[in-house]
Design a protein around this ligand. Structure first.
Ligand code: FDA
Length: 393
């Protein structure tokens, strides 16, 4: 005999927990199933253990999606202020790190505990270590065969996340379910992920591993100004993670190594002030010394700066402001913070996150083709989409 609920939520991550507690608060009988041994594993590891739980500057412009308008409705109805109010109600101390990014003072565990406490207070039945074997649809709604027996409900919420960090429980289950019910999928790829270099490009950077410098990373019309970190296999750091979501193999990727500076004007000023200094010494004023040195070993001629005429200085300036970075790929889902693409928003209502063709079926969070920038935007989408569906189930 199947146990019946009003709502079954598949996936106990950020979106699933928010949806479950919202529906529970509305008096719905909710079952949340999570196949891992605990809920909220990604929340726990997020923000270096302190969870960057939202961004006060969240706007639809901070998201990538085939339909950039899709996220607007849910984001407008559950804002960062709404989540902050819950955080404050639970007495969780937080601070702004930079650019509107809010982090817990102590630990991400407090965010998971808050969500679980809210679920308990709302009567949500949370089953961890429970995997869903099959889902079918009949007269009474959805029937699920799970490792803890059969359950049925008129509403089914798919909150099973994307493919990033498989070791944390990520599966393609939500995508399979979407296809089973006739939804289109947009191609998925790793986002917010370090880029790899290969061959001579890697060799030129490999021994600089650990160096960090501010850059403006540019791909097409998108650019991000922040730090870049040289790693053993390539490059990372916030500027690179951000641009990685916009970059695809073969795309032109440029770095402005003197962000915010007019490089030519700066070089001319250096030439005037210290004509006998070699270019590598001059560049080491603005860049890490070893990086400046490498630029002058591989890409730029090193001689006293007075020996550069203006066209030559202009060439140096353009290399500094549009340094071509030849990435070979990304580190992939193993280290990616998010998965781009996923369930096509065309088949889903933007206000309720309900399937347009299958009444009672909802998709929320990362499984949907909505991906945020680095900086708390992905959790804000999880909270907002979870809340929208939780209001509608
Ligand atoms: P999420 O992946 O969180 O949850 C899905 C859940 O479904 C998982 O618990 C999974 O085990 C479960 N599941 C999957 N298949 C299942 C099945 N078949 N049956 C049952 N359960 C199943 N974002 C941000 O805004 N601020 C930050 O600080 C960070 N930091 C960060 C660090 C790292 C290392 C990563 C990998 C990611 C981040 N992110 C982030 C991104 C953020 O974690 C992500 O966008 C949200 O967790 C997405 O929430 P969801 O609930 O959609 O998926």
């Amino acid at each position: 005999m199947a146990r019946s609920f009003d709502v079954v939520v598949i996936g106990g991550g950020a979106a699933g927990l928010m949806c479950a507690l919202t529906a529970g608060q509305r008096g719905r009988r909710v079952l949340l199933v999570e196949h891992a041994n605990r809920v909220g594993k990604k929340i726990l590891m997020s923000g270096g253990g302190r969870c960057n739980f939202t961004n006060t500057g969240t706007s639809p412009a901070n998201y990538l999606s085939a339909n950039p308008h899709f996220c607007k409705s849910a984001l407008a109805r559950y804002t960062p202020a709404d989540f902050i109010a819950m955080v404050e109600r639970h007495g969780i101390a937080y601070h702004e790190k930079e650019l509107g990014q809010l982090f817990c003072d102590e630990s991400s565990k407090l965010i998971v505990r808050m969500l679980v406490d809210e679920c308990s207070a709302a009567g949500v039945d949370i089953q961890t270590g429970c995997s869903v074997e099959s889902v079918s649809q009949g007269d009474g709604g959805f029937q699920l065969r799970t490792s803890i027996g059969s359950v049925s409900s008129p509403s089914l919420v798919v909150a099973s996340g994307g493919l990033s960090i498989p070791s944390m429980g990520a599966t393609g289950f939500g995508y399979q379910l979407a296809q089973q019910f006739g939804h289109q999928l947009l191609p998925t790829r790793a986002g917010l992920v370090p880029l790899t270099l290969s061959g001579k490009h890697q060799q030129r950077f490999a021994d600089l591993s650990g160096l960090s410098l501010p850059v403006q990373a540019r791909c097409g019309k998108q650019s991000f100004r922040n730090f870049m970190l040289v790693t053993h296999r390539g490059i990372s750091g916030p500027a690179i993670l951000q641009i990685s979501s916009y970059w695809q193999a073969g795309d032109d990727l440029r770095l402005d190594l003197l962000p915010g500076e007019d490089a030519l004007a700066w070089l001319l000023e250096q030439q005037r002030q210290r004509p006998a200094a070699e270019l590598k010494t001059v560049l080491a004023e603005a860049l890490p010394k070893r990086f400046a040195q490498r630029l002058c070993e591989v890409w730029l001629p090193n001689r006293p700066i007075r020996q550069f005429n203006q066209p030559q200085l202009r060439e140096v300036a353009s290399l500094l402001q549009a340094f071509p970075l030849v990435a070979s790929g990304t580190e992939g889902y193993r280290t990616a913070e998010v998965t781009l693409g996923g369930v096509d928003t065309d088949g889903i209502s933007s206000s309720t996150l309900q399937s347009k063709n299958v009444p009672g079926l909802f998709f929320i969070g990362e499984v949907v083709d909505v991906t945020g920038w680095l900086g708390g935007y992905n959790f804000q989408w999880a909270w907002a989409s979870g809340h929208a569906a939780g209001q509608a189930v």
